[in-house]
Ligand binder design. Structure first.
Ligand code: PAF
Length: 312
C-alpha cells in the first residue's frame, strides 16, 4: 500500500507497508549500506498520541522511522483479550502517515511464528513479579516477539513507552544479555487531559467507568504527595494507594507494589532511595459480556526525602 492521506489540508505520504521478514531485512540492509539510521517503534496497533510521542522520539534519533503493528498472540493468556484487542489498521496507517513514519511492518502470525516454531526468549527474575505474576507467560511472549522484531528490522534504536515499566526493564536486560546491537530508548508516559495514561485498551473501557479508571493515576498522585510530605513507610503508602482504589466502585485492584526500579526487587519497609510504585487494576469493559474486564496499568518512581542520617 502506498499513497497519500489528507488531513487539515496537508497531503502526506502514506508509509510503505511490509508484510514479510525477508523484505524487511532486505530494506534494512539497503538502509544500513546507505549509512541511514533506522529507528523501530514496536506496537500492537490501535495507535494513539502516546505512540506518536514514541514516533517523534524515534525521528529525533534516526533517518528512517519504522513502526511495527503486530498483535502478538503469545503474550496473551487464554482468558485475556486477544480477540477483542482493537485492530483499526487503516486508521493506524493514516496516523503513521501524518507523523511521517517511513514504513509499517505488519506481518501475519504465520510470518512471525513459522510452522513448527519452538524457540522462545525467557528473561529471568525481572519477568517474575508484577504483571509477570498475574499474567503467566506474558513476558515470554513479549521477549520472544521483541527479539524477533529486532532481528527482522535490524534497527539502530528501538523506542518503547515507560507506561510498561517492567516490559522496558526486561527489554533492556534481554538486549544486554543477548548482546544485541541496538539502543533501547524509553519515553515518558503520555496522558489524557484527566491524567489517565494513554493505552490502546482505554477504548475498551465502559465510558461510565472512566472516572473509576482514574483511580490509577490518583493512587500514584496520592502516594507521591505523601512521600513529598515525608512519608517513607511502604505499608502506609500502600494503605493510601489501596484506599484510593476502594473509592472507585468498579475497580478491581490486581496489584499495588513498591519495588526497586532497576532490579524490580521488593522495596524495603522504610523507603530510602527512588522506588517504583506500580499499579494494575481491572475495570468493566465493552464487548465480551457483562463480566468483561479491561486491565490497565500505571506506575511512578517515587523519590523519598533523605532521612536525618542520610542528609549531608
Ligand atoms: O508494548 C507493546 O505494545 C507490546 O508489548 C510490544 C512491545 C509491541 C510487543 O508485542
Amino acid at each position: 500500500m502506498a499513497g497519500e492521506s489528507e488531513k487539515s489540508g496537508a497531503v502526506r505520504k502514506l508509509p510503505r507497508i511490509v508484510r514479510t521478514v525477508a523484505e524487511l531485512q532486505g530494506l534494512a540492509d539497503e538502509e544500513r549500506a546507505a549509512r541511514k539510521r533506522i529507528a523501530l517503534v514496536p506496537t500492537m496497533g490501535a495507535l494513539h498520541a502516546g505512540h506518536m510521542a514514541l514516533v517523534r522520539a524515534a525521528r529525533a534519533r534516526a533517518d528512517r522511522v519504522w513502526v511495527s503493528i503486530f498483535v502478538n498472540p503469545t503474550q496473551f493468556g487464554p482468558n485475556e483479550d486477544f480477540s477483542r484487542y482493537p485492530r483499526p489498521f487503516e486508521q493506524d496507517v493514516a496516523l503513521c502517515g501524518e507523523e511521517g513514519v517511513d514504513l509499517v511492518f505488519a506481518p501475519s502470525v504465520e510470518e512471525m511464528y513459522p510452522t513448527g516454531a519452538q524457540t522462545t526468549v525467557e528473561v529471568g527474575e525481572l519477568a517474575k513479579p508484577l504483571c509477570g505474576a498475574s499474567r503467566p507467560g506474558h513476558f515470554r511472549g513479549v521477549a520472544t516477539v521483541v527479539t524477533k522484531l529486532l532481528v527482522a528490522a535490524k534497527p539502530h534504536v528501538a523506542v518503547f513507552g515507560e507506561k510498561d515499566f517492567q516490559q522496558l526493564a526486561l527489554i533492556r536486560r534481554l538486549v544486554r544479555d543477548l548482546l544485541l546491537d541496538v539502543e533501547i530508548v524509553g519515553v515518558e508516559t503520555a496522558r489524557g487531559r484527566d491524567g489517565l495514561a494513554l493505552s490502546s485498551r482505554n477504548t475498551l473501557l465502559v465510558p461510565e467507568v472512566r472516572q473509576d479508571a482514574l483511580s490509577l493515576v490518583r493512587a500514584l498522585d496520592a502516594a507521591e504527595a505523601a512521600v513529598a510530605g515525608g512519608e517513607d513507610s511502604a505499608d502506609e503508602l500502600l494503605r493510601i494507594v489501596r484506599g484510593v482504589f476502594l473509592q472507585a466502585k468498579s475497580a478491581e485492584l490486581d496489584y499495588a507494589e513498591l519495588r526497586d526500579p532497576r532490579t524490580l526487587e521488593a522495596a524495603p519497609q522504610r523507603l530510602c532511595a527512588p522506588t517504583l510504585l506500580a499499579v494494575a487494576a481491572r475495570f468493566p469493559a465493552t464487548g465480551g459480556g457483562p463480566d468483561a474486564r479491561v486491565r490497565l496499568i500505571d506506575n511512578r518512581v517515587l523519590h523519598p526525602k533523605p532521612g536525618p542520617e542520610e542528609r549531608p
